[in-house]
Design a binder for this molecule. Structure first.
Ligand SMILES: *Cc1c(COP(=O)(O)O)cnc(C)c1O
Ligand SMILES: [Zn+2]
Length: 405
């Protein structure tokens, strides 16, 4: 069974059919949301299936007769992190490790649904602008589906591992001399002139895959955590996860929802700045800068949805410095053995900061979503780590060498 669905503008309420190719409202240009008929089904019934995005079939609005494009995404580990919890200063901490997805980030959850949708709509080519992971994921899923893939990347600002993936999976890669926001504008304009299906997170179908992150957290914990911490770039993921919790709540699977905590990097924090100032609209950051390239976004398209996620859930927001991000990345790696890319570490850094500043009580159970794999950005990792000790083979390897500080 799949749920019947339609698209609805989050601003003016205008509705569109699920078979229309439309990314923003034709009436007022605002974001669209997928509305589904919420199924009545228990976790137990769904648990008979493989632990992956498609376990939650009843919540995913893809018609039954569609051939699903999948690389077995989702079903990622939820690690209990007691040493890290102590460092963060929180009672209980879990990491939802999205680096374990097929291409190494949560983007795969969205792409399995988004590319399946593209195929069912009859598209022959897909495209995106990307800070890196979206392009890596789209390139792989397009290859799996046999579709042509175009990606626009900000020149010289994409982590090496992600670029390698997009190239190896056969995408046509265009390097734009400009930042992500410029590249996204270009790809949206291109979609008016060319028959390409856009799979940036402005595409609401992608979020239907990403919402399974919330489902899995409930499945794995068997209860609702107090707080879920999510790094925010274009702000699609936090919106998707919140949608997932809301749908499980409406379906009766859970009887309450967690508070959503959105974290940005200080150099790219338009949404956190807006909320801290109490503004009603977002002022873009023209030159976003942070080591966490996956969230180096100055004009996040999904900001209105993220505001709803934070407000409706009674949640929190904070910005963290690059130093705080790198420290968290290192401690996640050394205390727990979990390798994440800088953007992912922002969730843990944000939680530590919010607890230190008494914004969040330390007496809670938190889940930090670690969005991408350590190997995505080897250059940054090498830069912030000590060099290996090089020795000649004719020199005896002595304990002194290993014990030297
Ligand atoms: C895409 C991405 C983010 C940001 O997600 P948004 O949905 O754009 O807010 C964070 N971390 C990683 C590793 C990503 O790839
Ligand atoms: Zn509208």
């Amino acid at each position: 069974m799949y749920p019947k669905s339609r698209l609805k503008c989050i601003n003016c309420g205008k509705e569109f059919g699920s078979d229309e190719i439309v990314y923003v409202c034709r009436n007022c240009n605002s974001l669209l949301e997928v509305l589904i008929d919420i199924p009545r089904i228990s976790l137990k019934e769904m648990a008979k299936r493989e632990f992956s995005v498609w376990r939650y079939r009843e919540f995913i609005p893809i018609e039954e007769d569609c051939e699903v494009v999948t690389l077995r995404e989702g079903g990622t580990p939820l690690y209990e992190c007691n040493r890290l919890a102590k460092w963060v200063g929180v009672k209980k901490l879990y990491i939802k490790y999205e680096g374990a997805n097929p291409t190494g980030s949560f983007k795969d959850r969205g792409m399995t649904v988004g590319v399946t949708k593209a195929k069912s709509l009859g598209s022959k080519a897909v495209a995106c602008a990307s800070t890196g992971n979206t392009s890596a994921s789209l390139a792989a899923y397009a290859a799996r589906a046999g579709l042509t893939c175009y990606v626009l990347l900000p020149a010289h600002k994409v982590a090496l591992g992600k670029l390698a993936q997009a190239l190896m999976h056969g995408a046509k890669v265009i390097s734009v001399r400009g930042n992500f926001d410029v590249a996204l504008k270009m790809v949206m304009e291109l979609s008016q002139k060319m028959d390409i299906y856009i799979l940036n997170s402005v595409n609401p179908w992608r979020l239907e895959g990403q919402k399974t992150l919330a489902f899995e957290i409930i499945d794995q914990l068997n209860h609702v955590p107090d707080v879920v911490c999510v790094p925010m770039g274009n702000c699609g993921n936090i919106s998707a996860i919140w949608k997932g919790f809301k749908e499980f709540h409406i379906s009766g699977i859970i009887d309450k929802t967690p508070k959503m905590f959105g974290v940005q990097a200080e150099g790219a924090a338009p949404l956190v700045n807006m909320l801290k100032r109490g503004d009603k609209v977002l002022t873009p950051v023209t030159h976003p800068e942070t080591i966490a390239t996956a969230i180096r976004i100055g004009n996040p398209v999904n900001w209105p949805k993220a505001v709803m996620a934070i407000k409706e859930s009674n949640g929190f927001y904070e910005a963290v410095s690059d130093e705080e991000i790198i420290e968290a990345q290192r401690l996640i790696a050394t205390l727990e053995g979990i390798g994440v890319e800088p953007a992912s570490a922002a969730s843990v850094a944000g939680l530590k900061k919010a607890i230190a500043n008494n914004i969040i009580s330390k007496d809670i159970e938190a889940v930090c979503v670690c969005t991408g794999h350590l190997l995505k950005d080897p250059e940054e990792v090498i830069k912030v780590c000590n060099r290996p000790i090089e020795i000649t083979p004719d020199v005896k390897l002595t304990p002194e060498i290993l014990l030297a500080k």
